[in-house]
Design a protein around this ligand. Structure first.
Ligand code: NAP
Ligand code: MG
Length: 473
């Protein structure tokens, strides 16, 4: 049982102003795995005051001091990597291989990348006689989701620290453990009191307290479109900068070539990773109509081969995060069936042999781009396959979405892949996969307006000041 009942404010572990606790549920067993305290606006006030106080000195700290602290954090992160992985498996159900693997790798990779960027980042540039200064924006409210809980915290907290900002983090209620351990790691690094603060609890209470707070300068939010819209409205009266990283319905275009069967299989299995709870997941797969039979056979086989079960064991897929998420996914599967979409793998209910835990069957439909399950983000292991006539048609379907977070193209002809990649209206396109910590991550259209990762993530936390006649001619 994990009982994480204190908040991290002004460099110390403190009790909530008003004691109140909530259970945390293990999604694989439905059993209570621990408790957190639920903060109130009064806790946010304390955390923001600490962050404001710390900003005076941290905003003018040297790059060398910040680098030393970030490097100490990285060493401590690596030392506690195993604990972080176990916490992620327990809080949101990622299989151990994924929790200890990619989840922990991402958090540490972003920290390492922030260190590398900080080593060469130009906070000042002279152009003619004008000096441009990139100055920390101030006190930042950081609000994160449960799906890649450590990654989402890492892409906000580390660049905020590196740029000289101070922050208050509100982690997800459903998955609060990895953030708690990360706060311990940050505490151990020698970061001055108040630079980073964390309050656990509900988004409607703490999130709103942050987004409406007079003394918060910036909000960085990752989560759903509807909450993102609410946050933008709540932050408007105080004219905060708001960085939004929202949902997606990304498309992968499978080209018509000798690799099609492998590409369909690989991308079907890939989409099921993390139980499909990845904002940038390619949840629409576009295949040539002329190869639809091959695609159906390959996707069905790949989905049926995904092993589902106890995430502490050797499985490819664990549960989804919660009962609410399970029910929402079941409703989408039912909707697909009701609208006449062709179910080719998975379907309603839990996988055979699993009668407890929020396990979903790896599910694949063949449909058209106007069906509900092709338009809305399901955020579960549900893939839709859509046929296309030619490349122009594929690009048109891919771009016919309210979202524009990510996408991909898979094929043997690199030139053809490049052509499709350039025509997709989305922020991150993978040609036959690929991964880069220095690439900008963020969405077009309703997938948001922010850009995280690498040097792009720094700019989220920086104001631009011009000083004219700085070096008179
Ligand atoms: P969510 O329901 O929008 O919640 C995200 C965070 O916002 C949680 O910490 C939540 O608190 C908090 N929140 C809730 N109401 C709020 C309010 N009124 N004001 C301020 N904060 C509030 O999202 P989720 O269900 O956790 O995560 C799934 C969504 O995140 C998907 O749409 C996914 O695509 C998106 N996502 C996007 C990216 C990206 O980089 N673009 C990455 C990952 C996920 P609680 O703990 O109380 O819920
Ligand atoms: Mg939610």
């Amino acid at each position: 049982m994990r009982d994480y009942l204190k908040f991290y404010i002004d460099g110390a572990w403190v009790d909530p102003v008003t004691p109140k606790t909530a259970e945390v549920i293990n999604p694989a067993t439905e059993a209570v795995s621990g408790h957190i305290s639920l903060g109130s606006a009064a806790d946010i006030d304390k955390a923001v005051a600490a962050a404001r106080k710390a900003f005076a000195s941290w905003s003018v700290s040297s790059v060398k001091d910040r680098l030393d602290i970030l490097k100490a954090m990285k060493a401590e992160y690596d030392r506690r990597a195993g604990e972080l992985g176990a916490a992620i498996t327990e809080e949101m159900g990622a299989p151990a291989s994924l929790g200890n693997g990619f989840h922990v790798f991402l958090g540490g990779g972003h920290l390492q990348t922030v260190i590398e960027v900080l080593e060469t980042f130009r906070f000042e540039e002279l152009r003619g006689s004008t000096l441009t200064r990139h100055e920390p924006i101030g006190v930042c409210g950081l609000i994160t989701p449960w799906n890649w809980p450590l990654n989402q915290v890492a892409v906000k907290v580390f660049p905020a620290i590196a740029t000289g900002c101070t922050s208050v983090l509100k982690p997800p209620q459903l998955a609060p453990y990895s953030a708690q351990i990360l706060a311990e790691i940050i505490h151990a690094s020698g970061l001055p009191a108040g630079v980073f603060n964390m309050v656990q609890g509900s988004g409607s209470v703490l999130g709103t307290a942050l987004t409406t707070h007079d003394d918060v300068d910036m909000i960085s939010f990752t989560g759903s479109e509807s909450i993102g819209v609410q946050i933008a409205k709540d932050a408007a009266p105080t004219v905060k900068r708001v960085g939004l990283e929202l949902g997606g319905k990304s498309a992968i275009v499978i080209l018509d070539d000798a690799a099609l069967i492998d590409n369909v299989a690989g991308n079907t299995a890939g989409m099921m990773s993390n139980s499909g709870q990845t904002c940038s997941a390619n949840s629409r797969m576009l295949v040539p109509f002329s190869r639809m039979d091959d695609a159906i056979a390959a996707a069905t086989k790949a989905a049926n081969e995904v092993t589902v079960g106890d995430p502490t064991g050797n499985v490819a897929m664990g549960p989804v995060v919660s009962k609410g998420q399970y029910n929402s996914i079941q409703e989408y599967i039912q909707k697909g069936i009701d609208e006449g979409d062709q179910l080719i793998a998975g379907g309603l209910g839990r996988p055979e042999g699993l009668d407890k835990g929020w396990f979903v069957k790896p599910t694949v439909f063949v449909t058209t781009n106007d069906s509900t399950i092709a338009r809305e983000e399901i955020f579960g292991p549900v893939l839709v396959i859509i046929g296309y006539n030619d490349i122009d048609h594929a690009v048109e379907i891919a771009n016919d979405s309210n979202f524009g977070l990510a996408g991909g193209v898979a094929g043997l002809d690199q030139e053809a892949c490049r052509d499709v990649a350039k025509r997709l209206r989305a922020g991150l396109i993978g040609i036959n996969g690929g991964f880069d910590f220095h690439a900008a991550f963020g969405g077009y259209k309703r997938s948001g307006n922010g850009r995280e990762w690498g040097k792009f993530g720094f700019h989220e936390y920086l104001e631009i000041k011009s000083i004219t006649n700085y070096e008179p001619a």
